[in-house]
Each structure stands twice: as C-alpha cells, then as structure tokens.
Design a protein around this ligand. Structure first.
Ligand code: FPP
Length: 243
C-alpha cells in the first residue's frame, strides 16, 4: 500500500506463507503459561499483517492450528479456539477497514457451530476486499487438503489432473506461496500447504513467533529478493528466457 518505503532492491513476494512457531517457548522463557505465548503470537500476527500490506504483499497465509494440534492439552486447545473466536469479534472490523479479505482455511468438523457461523460471517463481510487476502489455516493440514480435494473430484467424476486437483484445494482462491517463513528454529514443513509449496522459497529463522517483527520480516523479504527462482529450468534459461 505504501510504495515509498519498499525495500530498495528485488521483487516483493506476492504470497507469503508463515509457520508461526515458538509461542510456547517464548512464554516459558518468561515463566508465563503457554497461552500467554499464543496471545503474544496474535500481536505478532497483527504486526506482520500491517507490515505485509505496507510492503505490497498481496496474500498472507498463516498456520494457526493444525489438524494435529488437537492432541495438545485440552486447556491449550480451548484457549486457541477462544483466540480465534475473539479475533473474529475484535479484529474483523479493523481488517475490513484496512481492505483485508479474510479466509479461514481448514475443516469445519470439530468446531463449535457458533465459531463456524462467526467464520462464515467474517468471510462474507470481507469477501470483496482487495488490499490483501489473509488466509488463516485453522484445523488445517496439507494432507487433509489433498484428500478432501481428491474426494471432491471422485464424487463429481471429474478427471484427475494437476489442474483439477489444484482447483479443488482449499487454497485455490490464491496463487501458490512464493515465500514460506518458519519461525522458532525448526526446519520442517509440518504438514503445511504441501501441494502448493512445490516451488516456494523457504526462509527459516530462530526468532520465536511472538518476537517476529518488521525487521525480521524485512530480512526474509530481502533473502527472497536475492534468490533466483528457476522452476526446473537452468540458470542460463532464466537469465535469457527467450533462448
Ligand atoms: C506454534 O507455537 C503456535 C501455534 C500452534 C498456535 C498459533 C497461534 C497464534 C500465533 C495465535 C493466533 C491465533 C489465531 C487463532 C489467528 P508452539 O505453541 O508450537 O510453540 P513451541 O514450539 O515453542 O511450543
């Protein structure tokens, strides 16, 4: 949105996807309960979203609750569910004002009807916004997504091709991520957007998610700008695409 303070060189990724890891450790370092880490993580998400708009990122996809996170202690699961419910109430007016389209991506099974209704209402309200699309992956897994897409195709009898499968995925409304950031020091994908990550650039940082700030985000954007994306071609072909 604000073209004047773009990074000086390189291209800005249109779609940034983030594994927001490290909330629990951030809280433990401060002798706080894990849920305090998730609350601080929500603050980091606000900051990151604002900066993404400022830098001209068009799509931000974040991993907020995985299909596997149900295995966490029940009080932590309940706290994360409450955080999403509260965010739908507190944040959506601000998101709407900033021109953000919100999509909550993942299975609705297992979620309370009131939460499912709140999600539908927030998505409906922000559907026409164009500044940035925020995908909150919630009750989501990359494998879940591929299976639900394959099931849908099988049910309709549609031919199964890379294109039809990609179009049946829960993230089909956005282009594939250009850059994936994982905070918290681990270097793995953890069942995040598996199909669409085929050619994404990866950036790993030790920074714990609640501490992720504008400077760290800019470091990731700068690292991305230095990469040469080849999509299976040779460096020479990329340098001279007409050859
Ligand atoms: C991973 O850190 C974080 C999560 C599983 C939850 C992410 C939630 C937020 C950032 C809050 C925003 C929430 C919504 C609903 C938009 P971890 O708990 O695995 O940290 P650890 O690896 O240090 O234990």
């Amino acid at each position: 949105m604000n073209a004047t303070d773009q990074p000086a060189t390189g291209v800005v990724p249109a779609h940034v996807a983030i594994v927001m890891d490290g909330n629990g450790r951030w809280a433990r370092q401060r002798l706080l309960p894990r849920v305090a880490g998730h609350r601080a993580g929500m603050e980091a998400l606000r900051r990151t979203l604002t900066h993404a708009v400022r830098r001209g990122v068009r799509v931000l996809t974040v991993f907020a609750f995985s299909s596997e996170n149900w295995a966490r202690p029940p009080d932590e699961v309940a706290a994360i569910l409450r955080l999403l419910g509260q965010a739908l109430i507190d944040e959506v007016p601000r998101l709407h004002e900033a021109g953000v389209r919100l999509r909550v991506v993942g299975a609705r099974e297992g979620l309370e009807p009131a939460l499912v209704d709140g999600i539908a209402e927030a998505e409906r309200r922000t559907a026409a916004n164009t500044a940035l699309t925020l995908n909150v992956c919630f009750n989501y897994g990359g494998r879940w997504d591929i299976v639900q897409a394959a099931r849908r195709l099988a049910e309709t009898g549609a031919p199964i091709t890379e294109r039809t499968l990609a179009e049946a995925l829960a993230l089909a409304h956005v282009p594939d991520p250009d850059l994936v950031i994982r905070t918290g020091g681990e270097q793995r994908i953890s069942n995040f957007v598996l199909w669409q990550l085929a050619y994404s650039e990866l950036f790993f940082t030790d920074c714990l998610w609640p501490a992720f700030d504008e400077a760290e985000f800019d470091r990731a954007l700068a690292a991305y700008a230095r990469r040469q994306r080849r999509f299976g071609r040779t460096p020479e072909q990329v340098a001279a695409p007409a050859a």
